[in-house]
Write a protein that binds this ligand. Structure first.
Ligand code: SAJ
Length: 412
């Protein structure tokens, strides 16, 4: 195979399919038999716009196959999860396992690229593993001019869930090489399918860039969330404050919400904190502010329930952001689960992106309802996610209800 993509998740599978659609012969590798069988049948195990079409045609053209075994390839791309371990420290064991598996197959001349969001130093750790497993290979060292028998690079994914297939092609890419020659080697692969710019740097810088991008967003959302909690206390409409402040030529405040979800922005800033705990003060505080926003929203909902004895609350949306079926690290779901501990019978969840309640909510008395049913039954309406399906709601639809809009959807 020309390219082996290790990890067929939200990043690996779309990348493998896009590479195949550009003529590369790709082997996608996953530890899950089910995922491998699904892909080999030309189907997908994750919901993402245009992905099913792309995978179907790539497997039909025999340019994409899946396997549980790492093959010999010219390029290896690592796109496995890097979860947050205990004590909010990064767990890179899946990357390390991928490095070991690659080491057993790799031939001189091949290039290994890590795409997984990783703590600074991960690419060097991968070099160390390959070098230990394969004493016969000269593995390049950081900043080396000599090069080596293989190339090593770090090129972080930066695609937005819901727009992955488009952003894979149109976003600019940052490509960090262990050496300058490694970066050029990796860039050659990206040039073949990326229409954005391919920006070359060293591995440590590229690793930090990825963490910085998501921390930037987290800090800015934290600012908006903190403003919303200050405004709540002062009975000021935060949406109007932000709308007016944003008319200043150099101010652009983001939108408050029920907290920050997803497995990237709520996770990656901790990788920076772990790297320099005493210095990453703002980044840590932003995480804490965003986490506290979900608690704040839950308290407000509880106060509304207390003020309406016996009344029901309709929670609109439990996904981590609008128009997506992803509930991972969702603050909206977290709020629903926490309320359901003692108020389950009073909760109706409206979530157009699921046919069943998530496991955490089953058996709690919470009911999944349509928007119409919920509006008929509930005295309190809480907007947790501004799905398009909710955006047509008018003041008349909500007349007589107590409304708490965590997203400012009805104002916008
Ligand atoms: N959110 C707000 N207010 C806002 C914007 C977002 O509360 O003004 C919330 C969302 O509701 C959601 C969370 O933040 O709960 C994160 O959503 P998002 O759309 O900002 O980002 P993700 O997690 O879907 O994707 C991010 C992207 N990173 C940046 O925009 C810097 C994406 O480009 C990355 O590739 C992705 O993380 C990743 O995989 O790292």
């Amino acid at each position: 195979h020309e390219v082996a993509v290790i990890g067929l998740g939200y990043i690996g599978l779309p990348t493998a399919a896009v590479l195949a659609s550009h003529g590369w012969s790709v082997c996608g590798v996953d530890i899950s038999e089910r995922v491998v069988e699904t892909v080999n049948a030309g189907a997908v195990h994750i919901e993402e716009r245009d992905l099913d079409r792309l995978v179907r045609s790539a497997t039909k053209a025999e340019l994409l196959v899946a396997s549980t075994e790492v093959p010999t390839a010219h390029f290896y791309m690592i796109a496995v999860p890097t979860p947050l371990g205990p004590d909010k420290t990064p767990d890179i064991s899946f990357v390390e396992a991928a490095a070991r598996a690659i080491a057993h197959r790799i031939l001189p001349g091949a290039c290994v690229i890590i795409e997984s969001t990783s703590p600074i130093g991960t690419t060097e750790r991968v070099a160390e593993i390959i070098s230990k497993e394969r004493p016969d290979l000269a593995v390049p060292e950081f900043g080396d001019d000599e090069g080596g028998d293989i190339a090593l690079a770090y090129c972080p994914e930066r695609v937005l869930p819901g727009k992955i297939v488009t952003e894979l092609v149109y976003n600019d890419r940052v490509i960090g090489g262990m050496t300058a020659a490694c970066a050029e080697r990796a860039a050659a692969l990206y040039h073949s399918f990326v229409k954005g710019d391919c920006l070359v740097t060293n591995v440590r810088t590229a690793e930090m860039v990825k963490l910085v991008e998501n921390s930037f967003r987290d800090v800015n959302i934290a600012f908006a969330n903190e403003l919303s909690m200050i405004a709540d206390a002062m009975e000021i409409d935060v949406w109007e404050v932000i709308r007016l402040a944003n008319r200043h030529p150099r101010v652009r405040i983001l939108q408050p919400g029920p907290g920050v979800g997803g497995h990237c922005i709520a996770v990656d800033p901790w990788f920076l904190v772990a790297a320099a705990p005493d210095r990453a003060r703002l980044v840590r505080t932003a995480r804490e502010v965003n986490d506290s926003k979900a608690v704040h929203a839950e308290h407000r909902i509880r106060a509304l329930l207390d003020a309406a004895p016996g009344g029901k609350v309709a929670l609109l949306g439990i996904a981590f952001k609008p128009d997506i079926d992803d509930f991972r690290e969702s603050p909206a779901l977290e709020i629903a689960v926490s309320l359901a501990r003692d108020q389950g019978d009073r909760i109706l969840v409206v979530e157009p992106f699921t046919a069943d309640l998530p496991e955490e909510l089953s058996g709690t008395g919470v009911r999944l309802a349509t928007l119409d049913e919920a509006l008929r039954e509930a005295e309190i309406v809480v907007v947790l996610v501004d799905h398009t399906a909710f955006r047509h709601l008018t003041p008349e639809d909500l007349a007589g209800r107590i409304v708490f809009d965590t997203r400012g959807m009805l104002k916008r």
